[in-house]
Design a protein around this ligand. Structure first.
Ligand SMILES: Nc1nc2c(c(=O)[nH]1)N(C=O)[C@@H](CNc1ccc(C(=O)N[C@@H](CCC(=O)O)C(=O)O)cc1)CN2
Ligand SMILES: Nc1ncnc2c1ncn2[C@@H]1O[C@H](COP(=O)(O)OP(=O)(O)OP(=O)(O)O)[C@@H](O)[C@H]1O
Length: 188
């Protein structure tokens, strides 16, 4: 199965999650992250606002609120631009209907962040991921400035595969977190 077919199938599967299942799995996933030492030690964290039944990080935002500095992406042409966002500050709707910080005056660069949470539709045992196909994270990973930032794929267990198709530009992640487990990729 190629990436496009797999993406369509996985999106379809994820859409079937009930609101309650989605919330429960999201809660469990946030709990996994919260007890992971790398996450605990990170203070400036690139996150995302969930869309299309992606794991919802809202429980983390609510629980850790001001204990972390959250940094959220906004699509600008083909790139992601990162804005700091404090718990309680307003969000507005951006490209693809995804929430972005209303205050876009500050733009952060990768040397000011400790951890990047990467939304994934699927992930495999080698750390390869499948996203929505926009290539935004792929292009980000190719930027030498982002290379040093630890990256963790966030996905539901249902998206975990032994082996995903991958292209020459795909860069594997070091860690995957699901609602059931934290997977360290051995070759990293
Ligand atoms: N929560 C979240 N935020 C994120 C991402 C993400 O994967 N998840 N992104 C990660 O890249 C960026 C947004 N990228 C996206 C790329 C494509 C589609 C998408 O649904 N594409 C549809 C067509 C939508 C349209 O054309 O209006 C498609 O390709 O079928 C959504 C987000 C930045 N913010
Ligand atoms: N380093 C790069 N430079 C330029 N274009 C790239 C780069 N990496 C990927 N792309 C382009 O991005 C497109 C989408 O790639 P792919 O299907 O792997 O998306 P994805 O990983 O699912 O999406 P995303 O990263 O947005 O979650 C491809 O058409 C590819 O040409």
């Amino acid at each position: 199965m190629d990436k496009a077919q797999l993406r369509a199938q996985l999106l379809q599967e994820r859409r079937q999650l009930s609101e309650a299942q989605w919330q429960q799995q999201s809660l469990e996933l946030c709990a996994q992250l919260q007890q992971w030492s790398v996450f605990q030690q990170a203070s400036r964290i690139c996150a995302y606002c969930s869309t299309q039944r992606e794991a919802d990080l809202q429980p983390l935002f609510d629980r850790l609120g001001k204990a972390k500095v959250w940094v959220l992406p906004r699509c600008v042409q083909k790139s992601l631009v990162w804005h700091p966002w404090q718990w309680g500050q307003p969000l507005t709707t951006g490209a693809y209907g995804i929430k972005v910080p209303a205050d876009q005056t500050e733009i952060w660069s990768p040397n000011t962040v400790d951890l990047l949470l990467v939304p994934c539709l699927a992930g495999d045992r080698q750390g390869y991921r499948l996203g929505y196909g926009g290539g935004y994270y792929d292009r980000l990973f190719a930027d030498p400035l982002w290379r040093a930032v630890p990256k963790v794929g966030i996905l539901f267990e249902a998206g975990l595969r032994e082996k995903l198709p991958h292209d020459p530009w795909d860069m594997p992640l070091q860690t995957l977190v699901t609602e059931k487990q934290i997977i360290q990729i051995e070759s990293c």
